[in-house]
Design a binder for this molecule. Sequence first.
Ligand SMILES: *Cc1c(COP(=O)(O)O)cnc(C)c1O
Length: 231
Amino acid sequence: MINIADSLNSAYANIKQLAIKHHRDPNTVELLAVSKTKPIESIVDAYQQGHRKFGENYASELDQKVKDLSQYPDIEWHFIGPIQSNKTKLIANNCDWVHSIDREKIAIRLSEQRQTSRGKLNVLIQVNIDAEDSKAGVLLADVPALAELISNTPNLNLRGIMAIPRKSDDLSQQTHAFEQLNDCFVALKAVYKQVDTLSMGMSGDIEAAITHGSTMVRIGTAIFGAREPKR
Ligand SMILES: *Cc1c(COP(=O)(O)O)cnc(C)c1O
């Protein structure tokens, strides 16, 4: 059994050390603890260590966890998984952030279905940085059009972009993807003042991501332990 307090502290320490090494303010790199498939007890463990930002991939699992953890209203829920259009209502009203907007239809539905009493939903555009058929996300060239559409919706607040680059142990390949993402992020920030979030970097590529401007890294297994092979 993994000790969540210890692994969370290691993740924080690792981020801080990498940020300092690459001349970044450690406070500008946030940690999203990816709790998909993990029991609510694990989330409570991390919560009791002071952690508040959790990432989930499945709409119905998110819905259940939000209900089960309603006594902790200051948890900030991030939806990071692929979005089916019949799940947008659940997603729109159960989280504070969505990282995985990848098409117009989804953006429009999330905005229409978001309860206005909850305030605007913070959203990131998912970029398919390596143009992989197997991955969700828009091509880099299509980010400006989707950003404009989102910025014109009443209930979404465009905060930046997210990507899951192809797995690679080759630092120069990791670097290339992250540089392109950072360029896209900087360009978006120049147009939309509220843009401040570049969600990139996981366990295997966290250093390259932090070097190239990531403001939020997403870590699951290293905090909560291995997931069951198949849900
Ligand atoms: C699962 C997941 C993570 C975390 O992956 P781990 O290997 O558990 O650290 C990060 N980002 C996304 C989009 C994920 O789906």
